[in-house]
Write a protein that binds this ligand. Structure first.
Ligand SMILES: [Zn+2]
Length: 322
């Protein structure tokens, strides 16, 4: 997305940042906190563009000056993105960053550093960042992003200006998805908006990884009347193998199954919520649905502890079909 394109939603973040820019009172460290995939990194990049653009207006950069062009091409030497490596930002990355900040920016007035998903940092890495956060070297702005659900040390939070990010509305999510994917039809965009719970980033991931057809196939298998019979166990095992092969995307599929179970519960309790067309097994009752939701929680925990992925999926599917 270029620096001139519209950023949908997040009006609170937009207003706070626009006012700070206008008053020339930007903080030296920000914490953008909100759900996964709702635009935290896009906003960080946009802020970096505006700060160093000669002709920015409001929360839009010109898109044509050399700073904007380099940023859009991903080649701006003073825009630094630090992302988790193998699941977490490591202390070595923080040390290297701190060292690089002791040099003046190459060409920009202000260097912008984005540390992504800092809830993944261990305390040791986070602590090594505290001094820099409190007082970054001149002409540097640090933007930290974190998931709402993730754990962030209080000592980090207290050193940053927090900007909250929220899930987007269905309309906003649909607009973003349609703008990003030419081939996407409106119905699929609506489904993705609902299943991603207002997170265009997640919606795009579901789409690109073909998670929706797999989810639909999986839920049909689970609701087959004979799904828990011996005859069907071969099919269930095969499905377990397929979903285990998703590897790092598996948690997203588990999230989709959880959403499906919740929607089924809604329908069971008389709220259709436009979800009456769901695959459902008529005889399942509330306690059974709750047990299945708990089975998902357990599977997620086991996966985060690096248990054998295929085994976790097999156990989960047998619990879901029971
Ligand atoms: Zn510009």
């Amino acid at each position: 997305m270029s620096e001139t394109q519209q950023l949908y939603g997040q009006s609170q973040a937009k207003n706070l940042l626009t006012r700070s820019i206008a008053a020339d009172r930007l903080a030296h460290a920000y914490l953008f906190r909100g759900p996964d995939g709702v635009g935290k990194q896009l906003f960080a990049k946009r802020l970096a563009a505006i700060i160093n653009c000669k002709q920015s207006e409001g929360f839009v950069a010109c898109g044509t000056c050399s700073s904007c062009k380099k940023l859009a091409a991903g080649s701006h030497p003073d825009f630094v993105l630090v992302s988790p490596q193998k699941g977490a930002i490591k202390i070595d990355q923080v040390r290297a960053l701190i060292k690089s900040l002791s040099f003046a920016p190459y060409e920009a007035k202000t260097r912008v550093v984005v540390l992504e998903d800092i809830h993944t940092m261990r305390a040791e890495a986070a602590n090594s960042l505290l001094k820099t956060l409190e007082e970054p070297p001149e002409n540097n702005i640090l933007i930290l992003t974190a998931d709402t659900a993730g754990n962030v040390l209080q000592t980090i939070i207290s050193r940053c200006q927090s900007i909250p990010f929220y899930s987007l509305t269905t309309e906003e999510t649909v607009s973003i998805l349609m703008a990003q994917e030419d081939e996407l039809d409106l119905d699929t965009a609506h489904l993705l908006a609902r299943l991603s719970e207002g997170s265009p980033g997640k919606g795009l991931l579901f789409y690109k990884k073909d998670l929706i057809p797999l989810w639909q196939e999986l839920t049909s298998l689970l609701v087959e009347p004979e799904s828990n019979s011996d005859k069907n166990s071969g099919k269930v095992l095969l499905m377990a193998e397929r979903i285990a092969a998703l590897k790092e995307d598996l948690p997203y599929l588990l999230g989709l199954i959880r959403l499906w179970l919740r929607d089924c519960l809604f329908v069971l309790n008389g709220h259709d919520q436009g979800t009456e067309s769901l695959n459902r097994r008529k005889e399942w009752n509330s306690p059974q649905y709750f047990a299945k939701l708990q089975a998902i929680d357990r599977a997620e925990k086991e996966l985060s502890r690096n248990c054998n992925r295929t085994l976790v999926c097999e156990v989960l599917l047998f619990q879901l079909t029971a």
